[in-house]
Design a protein around this ligand. Structure first.
Ligand code: UDP
Length: 253
């Protein structure tokens, strides 16, 4: 096998503005959400988003473990994001690593800012996110799944929390990066939005963008989040007020 050179970088954007999977810059991958996918959890959701498959389970409000983390005036929000060993092409080493610790932390903080934690002092709300198949944007798919799972568990929140990654690929600002775009692109910017207020509660960035590109990326991400929001609400309506129509809808921009 030869060394990886420029010739190995796939064509990420064609001259007529099509991406590696044929999408336009502002298009989402197909998204399918199932609320209440698990029987044992208080709330759950399964998300298939492009080639990502992510399950979220929520428990609580329940007793805090370990006890010393208990807070007298609010619930604590704990999150465990885990990527299965079989979720990626090259087997991922099982267990906690720095990346999953970081993702768990930013997701817990995002949810702590939308859950009415003061209503449940001395309890814990526990979120488990299991990535079964990964193709970039798994933290966003995890936020979407966890958000629907929290609603399914009946935990009061300001709003649902749609999330998506935007980025820069072959010089273009694009919505919802897939694996090759994440690997070979210039920037990756995951975000989560509170739709009613327009507040961003998760915003990270890897790579470089100009100020103008950043502003365009944020607009694109907010628009993407609003479409994802509709699918999240649809999944919950389907669980709690089924109409007998199609079981899932594919969302594309
Ligand atoms: N990835 C991988 N092995 C790892 C971590 C990540 O193959 O140990 C892949 C996986 O497809 C993931 C993508 O790289 O979705 C991008 O990872 P990143 O850290 O940017 O997080 P994500 O985009 O999934 O939120």
């Amino acid at each position: 096998m030869g060394s990886v050179g420029a010739k190995d970088v796939p064509v990420l954007m064609t001259e007529d503005g099509r991406r590696i999977d044929g999408r336009r810059a502002d298009e989402l991958r197909p998204l399918r959400i199932q609320a209440g996918a698990l029987r044992q959890a208080d709330g759950s959701a399964f998300v298939e988003w492009g080639a990502n498959k992510v399950m979220a389970a929520v428990y609580g409000p329940r007793e805090v473990h370990p006890r010393h983390l208990q807070e007298n005036n609010k619930a604590i929000v704990q999150c465990k994001y885990n990527m299965a060993a079989f979720s990626v092409d090259e087997r991922k080493r099982p267990g906690l690593d720095r990346r999953s610790q970081e993702i768990s932390k930013v997701i817990a903080e995002a949810f702590e800012s939308v859950i009415f934690v003061e209503e449940y002092p001395r309890t814990s709300i526990d979120i488990y996110i299991e990535v079964l198949q990964a193709n970039a944007g798994t933290r966003c798919a995890g936020v979407v799944a966890a958000s629907v799972a929290l609603a399914d568990a009946g935990i009061p929140m300001v709003d649902l929390l749609p999330a998506v990654a935007v980025g820069k690929v072959a010089g273009h600002v694009v919505l919802d990066l897939k694996k090759e775009e994440d690997n070979f692109g210039e920037a990756d910017l995951p975000m989560a939005l509170v739709p009613q207020s327009g507040r961003l509660v998760l915003l990270q960035m890897e790579g470089h963008m100009t100020r103008t590109e950043l502003s365009k990326a944020l607009d694109l991400g907010v628009g993407g989040c609003r479409k994802i929001y509709e699918e999240m609400k649809r999944a919950l309506r389907e669980r709690y007020a089924p109409t007998g129509t199609a079981s899932a809808m594919e969302v594309a921009a």
